[in-house]
Ligand binder design. Structure first.
Ligand code: AMP
Length: 477
């Protein structure tokens, strides 16, 4: 199918062509017509499927088709993190570059004056995190009386982050007559509750399943003693194919320490975690996207929803505590069907979690062994002053990783009461489920693409940057 068959505004088609998109992704094929005719929509799709364009393109088309009747915001997009807000804004600006609408972003951690001004001037589109928006709404800076379209993006993440009370308050003050679109990677009871609460007779489109990592991502596990993880990562990074590498750690202090250690090996790094200011985070993302730094070391929360095309490798330096986090982490590569590698370091302490993960994703991770690397465990240094960082190019030997601290599980959320209209809801009517493009992995291990040699990223087309983005497969199946 081509974009031109989707009844999108001609200016948007021009912008899509500029972006180099040749055909709509499966979620776009399914969602765009439903949104254009005015249905509320539940989109179950992981990030990387093209879901932002799936709601942005039809909403911009609708804005262009019907000029505003009154002053005030017409579209409100709520998203869980500042990074995601900025990325959605970038997407909307790209797709709407030939249209005259005005837009602002609202999120915490930065000064509020510009945001207040933007809200007061009644911009057509606001993309916001719930906390700051609610704060400014409480002080009557916003005008949502003419709001027509509400988007709840990454709704599951917003619930995980405890935004439900803020979202409820925000939605309560919006006009009841509106079109509401909800996107989530999961279809849980909580999400179902949200759809009952905020939507009217929604249609459901579902792309893939939460427990399926992208099929274009090859997953490897390296069994390594904890004391050798930094050295192993530095060793793997000698491969120039690892040109855009997102490294996950569990704790923010480990992110800074690992970045320093990698830099001492001559690897350019930036970090993304919650102790960094908004400007530092944006700069880190910018430097990573543009290739100024090769490695971005991030914690799970800070990296949620980050939209960076062309990540060649995701490295689970610290094995994820929860299998869902693994799927989210490795979803950062293989975006938009690009090919990517996910590498997990597995220490003896991680074996239990590795087994749960393999059950969760329904396949075993292929074990790899780095050629020429000395895996001999080094004794842990448990007391005394911190060691000096080694100089550039020096061998990484005795400094062990610090003992890992465990993250707390998020508190259990009580199940919400069922809505009386339950039987009307698409989630309970098998016939209203969209047929869906569901990239189920065929059999366990079916998506593994064996590669020759021992290099972790031996066949990432596009080669090291500059050289551009990795090869993109067709969306068609
Ligand atoms: P998202 O799921 O919205 O985070 O999208 C992931 C990435 O897919 C975006 O950064 C876009 O660059 C890209 N993308 C979205 N739609 C298309 C398309 N139809 N063709 C190619 N790339 C796309």
């Amino acid at each position: 199918m081509s974009f031109s068959a989707l009844n999108l505004d001609a200016n948007i088609l021009r912008a899509i062509a500029d972006a180099g998109y040749t055909e709509p992704t499966p979620i776009q094929v399914q969602a765009i017509p439903q949104i254009l005719v005015g249905h509320d929509l539940i989109g179950i799709a992981q990030t990387g499927t093209g879901k932002t364009a799936a709601f942005t393109l039809p909403l911009l088309t609708k804005l262009a088709a019907t000029p505003a009747q009154r002053h005030g915001t017409r579209v409100l997009v709520l998203a869980p993190t500042r990074e995601l807000v900025v990325q959605i804004e970038e997407n909307i600006r790209a797709y709407g570059k030939y249209l005259p609408f005005k837009m602002a972003t609202v999120f915490g951690g930065v000064g509020e004056n510009a945001q207040i001004k933007a809200l007061q001037s009644g911009l057509e589109i606001i993309v916001a995190t719930p906390g700051r928006l609610l704060d400014l709404m409480g002080r009557r800076y916003s005008d949502f009386t003419g709001l027509q379209y509400l988007v709840l993006d990454e709704a599951d993440r917003m619930l995980d982050m405890g935004f439900l009370p803020s979202i409820r308050q925000i939605v309560r003050s919006l006009p009841k007559q509106r079109q509401t679109l909800l996107f989530s990677a999961t279809l849980s009871r909580e999400i179902e509750g949200l759809t009952h609460e905020f939507q009217h007779a929604p249609k459901l489109v579902q792309i893939g399943r939460r427990s399926n990592p992208a099929e274009t991502v090859t997953q490897w596990a390296y069994e390594v003693p904890r004391s050798r993880k930094v050295a192993l990562l530095a060793h793997l990074l000698e491969d120039p194919n690892m040109n855009m590498v997102l490294v996950f750690v569990r704790m923010k202090h480990s992110a800074d320490r690992l970045a320093r250690q990698l830099e001492s090996h001559g690897v350019t790094c930036a970090t993304l975690h919650s102790n960094r200011s908004q400007n530092q985070r944006l700069r880190a993302l910018r430097d990573f996207k543009s290739g100024v730094v090769r490695v971005l070391v991030a914690t799970d929360i800070a990296a949620r929803g980050i939209d960076v095309d062309g990540i060649s490798h995701v490295v689970n330096f610290d094995f994820p505590m929860h299998s869902e986090d693994y799927v989210h982490r490795i979803g950062r590569t293989g975006r938009a069907q690009a090919i990517g590698d996910a590498i997990s370091f597995v220490t003896p302490e991680d074996h239990g979690e590795l087994r749960s993960l393999e059950r969760f994703i329904g396949r075993g991770l292929v074990r790899k062994h780095a050629e020429g690397f000395d895996y001999t465990d080094r004794p842990e240094v448990r007391s005394g002053p911190p060691q000096q960082e080694r100089g550039r190019g020096q061998q990484q030997h005795s400094r062990p990783a610090q003992p890992q601290q465990r993250q707390q599980k998020p508190p259990h959320r009580p199940q919400r009461a069922q809505n009386a209209q339950r039987s009307q809801h698409p989630l309970h009517r098998a016939d209203s489920w969209q047929s869906g493009f569901a990239p189920e992995p065929g059999s366990p291990g079916s998506s593994q693409r064996p590669r020759s040699g021992n290099r972790p990223g031996g066949n990432v087309p596009g080669g090291p940057r500059p050289g551009g983005r990795p090869f993109r497969r067709s969306w068609g199946r």
